[in-house]
Design a binder for this molecule. Structure first.
Ligand SMILES: [Zn+2]
Ligand SMILES: [Zn+2]
Length: 377
């Protein structure tokens, strides 16, 4: 069971609507945002906690899991690469949107214009079950914003058409004063006139229309590590969009994996589960059965008298990821033959007469129990 009460952290009821949760989150995140409390560790901790809570109960699927008690509270339950930051890509956008609203920053920019980072791109990658287990290399085709080669990202027709911004004096920064119950808060933010670049373009570049970036189709070969799960995300740092208005760092490319289910395997973490149909004769007499595993099919000698539903465990034959490896669990499903011939039926009848009950331990115990429960009067 989760130990942290995310609803309590956000100050909402367990039955709160998605809108209520969102507005509670926005209110608290504004209140505790580190920019408003420089050097205040308690506020930073609280801000982290709020974000962690919202990353779970702000998402319908994760909230349902959390309500059922299926979610780890350390964040690893939904961060497949174990970063555990609790943030999601949308979470960042959300916070940013909120700050745009709060401080009247023009336009939509990520985190801060000083670092001038392009936006992230999320791309869905379909994998077969075996590709996800073994890893693979795949070409990924997507379009992203790249620095405009005609203006080298400046957005101007040429260098003569770039002026220093008169609002911020070229620094790209302006001071915002906000009155709150804590007193006057002074924050420094990007200039809305120049978008934080410190420069104003008087005549835009014809290729990019002044944006400084153009959309380009891109193909990259991505090595997908072994063991990724359905819904997990691989971040390719710097492969996202180039920032608008000039130079800076590209955003990230987030590959979200959609793994097609397997007809043979079921997966739970590192362990694999498979049900192997076994013939009636092989279950009785023992014999060779084929077992599918990540490295291929291997032959196993099934012991004589294996029962229906018996599970065999093969250590180290599960999913391998980052040095860890799971097990393979094989459940034997004995198939009762259908449509046997008359002579086959006769042979079985003879078998039952010959053996009477000596080969059926469970049936024997069951009949004994019936006799004890209903004693003859
Ligand atoms: Zn251009
Ligand atoms: Zn400016």
């Amino acid at each position: 069971m989760p130990t942290k009460d995310y609803y309590k952290i956000l100050g909402v009821d367990k039955s709160a609507s998605a809108d209520d949760i969102k507005s509670a989150y926005r209110r608290l995140a504004k209140q505790y945002h580190p920019d408003l409390h420089p050097g205040d560790n308690a506020a930073a901790e609280k801000f982290k906690e709020i974000n962690e809570a919202y990353s779970v109960v702000g998402d319908a699927d994760k909230r349902a899991k959390y309500d059922r008690g299926e979610m780890d509270t350390d964040g690893t339950g939904f961060n497949p690469f174990g970063g555990g930051s609790g943030f999601t890509a949308t979470g960042f956008d959300d916070i940013f949107d909120m700050f745009s609203d709060a401080f009247g920053f023009g336009g939509r920019r990520r985190r801060s214009a000083q670092s001038n980072v392009g936006s992230d791109i999320t791309y869905q990658v379909e994998l077969t079950f075996m590709e996800s287990v073994l890893g693979c290399t795949k070409p990924i085709t997507f379009s992203r914003l790249e620095k405009c080669p005609a203006c080298n990202g400046s957005g101007a027709k040429d260098s003569a058409h770039i002026k220093t911004c008169d609002k911020c004096g070229g620094s790209g920064q302006v001071r915002h004063v906000q009155n709150s119950i804590f007193g006057q808060q002074i924050t420094v933010g990007p200039c809305d006139k120049c978008g934080g670049t410190g420069k104003i373009v008087t005549e835009p570049c014809k290729s990019c229309g002044g944006k400084g970036v153009i959309s380009k189709n891109k193909v990259i070969n991505v090595t997908i590590p072994a063991g990724v799960e359905n819904g997990s995300v691989l971040q390719l740092t710097g492969e996202g969009n180039a920032p608008r208005n000039g130079n800076g760092r590209n955003g990230n490319l987030l590959l979200e994996f959609s793994v097609k289910p397997s007809a043979l395997f079921r997966r739970d973490g590192y362990n694999l589960y498979v049900t192997v149909p076994v013939s009636f004769k092989t279950a009785v007499c023992g014999g060779q059965i084929e077992i599918p595993a990540p490295d291929g099919v291997f032959i196993h000698n099934l012991a004589e008298g294996t029962q229906n539903g018996e599970t065999l465990r093969f250590r180290g034959q599960g999913v391998r990821r980052q040095g860890a490896v799971g097990d393979l669990f094989v459940t034997v499903s004995v198939e009762v033959p259908k449509g046997v011939t008359r002579s086959q039926k006769r042979a079985l009848e003879m078998f039952e007469t010959d053996n009477s009950l000596k080969n059926y331990a469970k049936r024997r115990a069951y009949l004994d129990e019936i006799a004890k429960t209903y004693p003859k009067k």
